[in-house]
Write a protein that binds this ligand. Structure first.
Ligand code: NAP
Length: 276
């Protein structure tokens, strides 16, 4: 049977529609939600992501401040900029675009974001809250994956979810969110032995590996639900869509799957932060 295409654009549209009323209520209180994005250096993909986020804000009436720092910015200078945004009451969310240049201590910079404005769940406190099942802002991509599963009524409870990738912003928090929803979770990484055997037992597969078309259909169990968080050069996911279409019961396309829901979730978190 043909798999269900999990259309992220529909999910994102619904999230954004629901935000319109909330933004109008805030406007009556003279509050305009505001997201500040910081880009360090000139990574072309990062530039595109930051631009997409800014455009999405503008379309919905959310202010966006785009800060572009030169590649030679050091950790201290970056933290000073983050501190300025932390203490600016008109800014409700701060997003430091990953990756920053190698000479910057990215972890230290992420940790400088105040928890109230950590709309992408990048601080250790934000991650800890996500893992414990509370807090306002789980990382946006993991949160988007859960939203897609819920929108399409795909059951999580008791299912074996296999996540390929364990990054702090994606693999680890999505593992935590699925665990909190009563999935049985296996988190795989570059040192995992027998990855293909593990994937053969997965009811839910999350591709968060950062390698184009890495996960193959032959590795999957018949009827698996596949969520491709990957976004590689040329709009290519971490999942080999063609071979996976033959075995999956449902799959997110790239583009048009997890990506748009991630952006909508970022907007939602910014609005929620403004409401608070
Ligand atoms: P990352 O930080 O590079 O992490 C990649 C993970 O994959 C690491 O945990 C790594 O293991 C693991 N890995 C690498 N090679 C592997 C292998 N052969 N077998 C099993 N695991 C392997 O990447 P990321 O930031 O999490 O991003 C992952 C993907 O998601 C990328 O394609 C990125 O563009 C995409 N992404 C998309 C969105 C969106 O909005 N759609 C947002 C964020 C990221 P080790 O830990 O052992 O190194």
């Amino acid at each position: 049977m043909k798999p269900v295409m999990l259309d992220g654009t529909i999910v994102a549209k619904e999230i954004k529609e629901n935000l319109k009323d909330r933004i109008a209520v805030l406007s009556e209180r003279n509050i305009t939600p505001c997201l500040a994005t910081i880009l360090v250096g000139d990574n072309p993909s990062s530039k595109t992501y930051v631009k997409m986020k800014g455009n999405a804000c503008e379309k919905l009436g959310i202010n966006s401040i785009s800060i572009h720092l030169p590649a030679e910015t050091n950790t201290e200078q970056l933290i000073r900029k983050i501190d300025e945004l932390n203490s600016d009451p008109s800014v409700h969310g701060i997003l430091l675009q990953h990756p920053v240049p190698d000479h910057i201590d990215e972890r230290q910079a992420f940790e400088a974001i105040s928890i109230e404005k950590d709309v992408d769940g990048v601080t250790s406190r934000g991650y800890g809250q996500t893992a414990f099942g509370f807090g306002n802002f789980p990382s946006c991509t993991p949160s988007a994956i859960l939203k897609i599963l819920n929108y399409y009524n795909l059951s999580i409870k008791g299912k074996h979810a296999v996540i390929v990738g364990r990054s702090p912003i994606l693999g680890k928090p999505v593992s935590a969110l699925l665990l909190n929803e009563d999935a049985t979770v296996t988190t795989c990484h570059s040192q995992t032995e027998n990855l293909q055997e593990i994937l053969k037992t997965a009811d839910i597969v999350v591709g968060a590996v950062g390698k184009p078309r890495f996960i193959k259909g032959e590795w999957l169990k018949e009827g698996a639900v596949v969520l491709d968080a990957g976004y590689n050069k040329g709009n290519i996911g971490d999942v080999d869509e063609e071979s996976c279409l033959a075995v999956a019961s449902a799959i997110t396309p790239v583009p048009g799957g997890v990506g748009p829901v991630t952006i909508a979730t970022l907007l939602e978190h910014t609005v929620l932060s403004a409401e608070k």
